[in-house]
Structure formats: structure tokens, C-alpha cells
Write a protein that binds this ligand. Structure first.
Ligand SMILES: Nc1nc2c(ncn2[C@@H]2O[C@H](COP(=O)(O)OP(=O)(O)OP(=O)(O)O)[C@@H](O)[C@H]2O)c(=O)[nH]1
Ligand SMILES: [Mg+2]
Ligand SMILES: [Zn+2]
Length: 376
């Protein structure tokens, strides 16, 4: 919190406030931006500096009905002054963008499970930085994870950007290694900027700052140990986040960052650091996956059957491309996996909506019975 405690803002626009948020602000309330949430309370940044505020009844009711309504880091909120002078978080203003992950997990047999509900990881984010280390202990970057996070980033409404971190760890005697890696990643996420970053060497830091020009907000996502907090510190030019060495044996991170936190940067703009992600499920599925797999979508137009699932049908242009080496098999497998998950998630969401409808009708019927209106 030290970074926030002495911030002292006079200017909401430096926190990303603008006219369209102002239009949504209820009368008699004060605007503030959520910097961090912690069990039913939030640390917010207002025009006069940071405040610790509890959630009002309205917010608690909305969140009980749908966890997506819970205040989250990056949200713009309305504060109301209570009689005793204390401030309360009265409402969450409509989100411009939201990075939502689905509560999907894989059981021991590889099947999908979960409650079909979403969790907002960050709101009102303009740029989603996907941080992937150039090298793990034994392996190069995880393309499947990048594809998944970029698909979710497109869904959020923000702009995905891939940061390949710790490039100083690559064998400097083999300059092609980095170029090949960047090319592989660029092919996995067509249309997305990919940058090499070394926070230790200060490389790529200016490029990251440029994405935040105009008081824009970014969130950094990636596995534990990817170097997210180190990058945030490099961009801030100060040690605002704690970092820790990865484990010696397998090179995995130690889950050092445990809270999502919004950090206003001295050079302008804001950045949200997040705890290392173990697994992110898809949530709302519109065109995020299709955008990441634009090459497969394009090939699919040449399949003989319109509804080809690319599972061995005759005249399948996608499988032909795999055979000819134009489409990596790994990528097709990754696409299958996300398609299956998207279909499963869509089914869960439908089931949840049906349950909600049923529950609503039960309540209405009960009330009608009580008031005797359904008696003949
Ligand atoms: N060589 C090198 N090491 C780096 C670089 N960036 C980060 N590291 C190291 O990687 C380790 C993990 O860095 P963190 O910034 O704590 O990683 P994180 O992604 O924030 O991890 P969590 O908070 O656990 O999610 C630390 O020992 C850093 O010093 C880099 O550019 N080069
Ligand atoms: Mg961290
Ligand atoms: Zn096909």
C-alpha cells in the first residue's frame, strides 16, 4: 500500500476518469477508482487521495445475485457519505471493459468441471499485457497459454499485447533463438504486438510505457515467476511491488504477489499487477478464440463441408494444412481444446440462466399464492 498512501492525487483524469464515466455517476456521490479489494472492502483512489471503504447494501445485494457485480480492481465506483461522515462504496459504474475468467477446471480424468460463473480479474483495462518468460527452466515459452490468455484478452474488450520477458536469459551466443521465438509467438496470435522485454537490462520498458500514454490502464497477466512485478517496478522506475526468485529446481514462481493492485505510474497511465495465474477458464465466448485462430477459421472456409469439425472428414482443408506442414499440429490441438471448453461453458451458462429463471418464477408463484391471486 505504500505506493498508494503517499500518492496524493488532485486530478481524476490521471486515474483514467473521463466524461463517459462522469455521465454514469449518480447524483450526490463521489467518484473513485478501486486500487485493491480485500474481503468486502476496497482501497480506492479518489480526488483527495486513498480511502478504505466498505460495500453498501446495494452492492452486497447485487454481488450475492451475481459475483461478476462485485467491485474489482480497476472499477470506477460511486462513494456516498454516511451520516457519521464515513464513506461507503455505493455503486459500481458500468464497466467499459472487463477481463473475466470462467470458473472452469479440469478434473483428474481431464474432464471439465466448474460452476459456470465468472470472476472479474480487472475492469476498465485498455491494454492486456500477457507476460510469458522467454525461457522456463527447461522449456521455451508456452504457446498454448499465450493463445488462451490472448483469446480472453480480446473478449475483455481491451487490446492484447504479448511481452516475452527475461530475454537476457536466452543464450546470447544464439541471436536467432530470440528471433525464432518471437516469430513463433507472433504466428500463434496473429494481429497482436509481441515485444521482447528484459526488466533487468531495461529493454522494452519504454515500449511498455508508450501503451499507457493518455492515462490508459493496463493489466499484466501470466504465470507465477514470469517477471510481472519486476516489469511493473521497471516501468514505475521504483520498487512498488515485492518480487522473489523462482524455485531452483523447476524454475516455477513462488506466488509472491497475492493481491491484484492498481498502480498509478509516475510517467503516466496505470498498471494492474496480478498474482500468477494457475489456470484461466474461458468465460463469455464470442469471437476471442476465432480471432486468435484466424488462420484456422480461414482454412475452414475451404473444407468440403460447412460444418466440418476437422476430425477426419473428407476434403478437410485444416487437416490437409497440418499434413502439409502449413499448420502446426500443436495449434490445432490447442484450438480443439478451447472449442470444447467454449461449448461446455456455453452449456453451463445456459443451465445457470435456466436455473435462475426457474428460481425467479418459484418466488413469483409463492408470492402470488400468498396474496391469493392465483385462486380461481
Ligand atoms: N534474468 C532476469 N530475471 C528476471 C527478469 N524479470 C524478472 N526476473 C526474475 O524472475 C523472478 C520472479 O520475478 P517476479 O517479478 O517476482 O515474478 P512475478 O511474475 O511477479 O511472480 P508472482 O508474483 O509469483 O506471480 C525474480 O527472481 C526476478 O528477479 C529479467 O528481465 N531477467
Ligand atoms: Mg508478482
Ligand atoms: Zn475441416
Amino acid at each position: 500500500m505504500s505506493s498508494l498512501a503517499n500518492a496524493g492525487f488532485s486530478d481524476l483524469s490521471s486515474l483514467g476518469w473521463d466524461d463517459s464515466f462522469a455521465d454514469a455517476l449518480p447524483g450526490g456521490t463521489l467518484p473513485a477508482r478501486v486500487a485493491r479489494v480485500d474481503r468486502g472492502a476496497a482501497e480506492v483512489l479518489a480526488a483527495d487521495g486513498p480511502h478504505h471503504v466498505q460495500y453498501g447494501a446495494r452492492v452486497r445485494r447485487a454481488a450475492a445475485a451475481d459475483p461478476v457485480a462485485l467491485p474489482c480492481v480497476g472499477d470506477w465506483v460511486a462513494l456516498r457519505t454516511l451520516a457519521e461522515g464515513r464513506l461507503e462504496l455505493d455503486a459500481v459504474l458500468p464497466r467499459r471493459t472487463a477481463f473475466v475468467r470462467g470458473g472452469v477446471s479440469r478434473d483428474s480424468r481431464g474432464g471439465l468441471s466448474g460452476d459456470g460463473q465468472g470472476q472479474v480479474l480487472a475492469a476498465n483495462v485498455d491494454v492486456v499485457f500477457v507476460a510469458e518468460p522467454a525461457m522456463h527452466a527447461t522449456d521455451f515459452a508456452d504457446l498454448g497459454r499465450i493463445e488462451r490468455l490472448v483469446a480472453l484478452a480480446w473478449e475483455s474488450g481491451g487490446r492484447p499485447v504479448v511481452l516475452v520477458t527475461k530475454t537476457d536469459l536466452l543464450d546470447q551466443g544464439l541471436p536467432d533463438l530470440l528471433a525464432d521465438l518471437l516469430a513463433d509467438i507472433a504466428a500463434a496470435v496473429p494481429g497482436v504486438d509481441v515485444h521482447a522485454v528484459s526488466s533487468h537490462a531495461g529493454e522494452g520498458v519504454e515500449q511498455i510505457r508508450a501503451y499507457l500514454d493518455g492515462a490508459r490502464t493496463a493489466v499484466v497477466l501470466g504465470a507465477s515467476g514470469a517477471g510481472k512485478s519486476t516489469m511493473v517496478n521497471a516501468v514505475a522506475g521504483a520498487r512498488v511491488m515485492v518480487t522473489q526468485q523462482v524455485r531452483a529446481g523447476d524454475g516455477r514462481g513462488r506466488h509472491t504477489t497475492v493481491h491484484r493492485e492498481l498502480i498509478p505510474l509516475p510517467s503516466g497511465g496505470l498498471i494492474i499487477d496480478t498474482p500468477g495465474i494457475r489456470r484461466v477458464g474461458l468465460y463469455s465466448i464470442s469471437d476471442g478464440v476465432d480471432r486468435v485462430f484466424a488462420d484456422i477459421e480461414e482454412l475452414a472456409e475451404r473444407c468440403r463441408f460447412d460444418d466440418c469439425a476437422h476430425h477426419g472428414e473428407p476434403g478437410c482443408a485444416v487437416l490437409a494444412a497440418v499434413d502439409e506442414g502449413g499448420l502446426p499440429e500443436r495449434r490445432l490441438e490447442s484450438w480443439y481444446k478451447l472449442q470444447r471448453e467454449a461449448a461446455w461453458m456455453a452449456g453451463r451458462t445456459d443451465a445457470r440462466l435456466r436455473n435462475e429463471q426457474t428460481r425467479k418464477w418459484k418466488i413469483i408463484h409463492k408470492e402470488m399464492r400468498r396474496s391469493g391471486r392465483n385462486r380461481p
